[in-house]
Design a protein around this ligand. Structure first.
Ligand SMILES: NC(=O)CC[C@H](N)C(=O)O
Length: 216
């Protein structure tokens, strides 16, 4: 059973760890960095931050966290991935070949989605926009996208929480369409292509995850 203030870990191998710890604290959780398997054992839920998914997936193996995290996820641990974290939580990555032809990112398979890495066009690395997120009340969320992925296919158990319209091919690349999927949920696992942890005046997405952990 989870307490009113659940303990939520942030995978602390690389990427935007401090920002997620702070946002979780503001959102009503007791946040903890997770670098070792023992630290994972004590958390009710886990955030996988943005960063570089190829690096993070390698470090998960180096720090002997890949199997423990995958096991907790398969047992139903709530998780939230932003950006690179979304890539890691999916079960299929598009544009995922290392130079030697092997998959660059090893995924944790907690979400039945195909995620395209660096999906928004190459001319523009990052952009910001307002996004309505299902389950997050009080108006749209200011969403910061940094070399962001998007979700290109969803399995039947996956709920789409947010989309963006990306008609500008310089921003979006030629594959973009109206209704590009940028936030999803499957059971207690959430993912956003954007970085709510960077908007320090709004912790509604983290609060939504804290509530998900509390309900699990
Ligand atoms: N801001 C980010 O997390 C970028 C994600 C990065 N492009 C990746 O695929 O890993």
């Amino acid at each position: 059973m989870t307490t009113a203030q659940p303990v939520i870990g942030v995978l602390a191998l690389q990427g935007g760890v401090a920002e997620h710890l702070a946002a979780l604290e503001r959102g009503g959780a007791r946040p903890r960095p997770v670098r070792r398997p023992e630290e994972l054992a004590g958390v009710h839920g886990l955030v996988l931050p943005g960063g570089e998914s190829t690096t993070m997936s390698r470090l998960l193996e180096t720090f002997e966290l890949f199997e423990p995290v995958a096991e907790r996820l398969s047992e139903g641990m709530p998780a939230y991935g932003s950006c690179a974290g979304m890539v890691l939580l999916g079960n299929r990555v598009l544009d995922n070949e290392a130079p030697d032809g092997s998959p660059a990112v090893r995924t944790l398979d907690a979400l039945d989605v195909a995620v395209r890495r660096n999906a928004f066009g190459r001319q523009v690395d990052s952009f910001e926009t307002e996004v309505d997120v299902e389950g997050v009340d009080g108006g749209p969320v200011h969403a910061v996208f940094i070399r962001a992925p998007w979700v290109e296919k969803t399995g039947s158990g996956v709920r789409v929480l947010a989309t963006v319209d990306t008609p500008d091919p310089h921003v979006a690349g030629e594959r973009a369409s109206a209704g590009t999927i940028v936030a999803v949920r499957q059971g207690p696992v959430l993912a956003t292509a954007f970085h709510p942890e960077l908007v320090t005046t709004d912790e509604r997405v983290h609060r939504y995850f804290v509530q998900t952990v509390r309900a699990a």
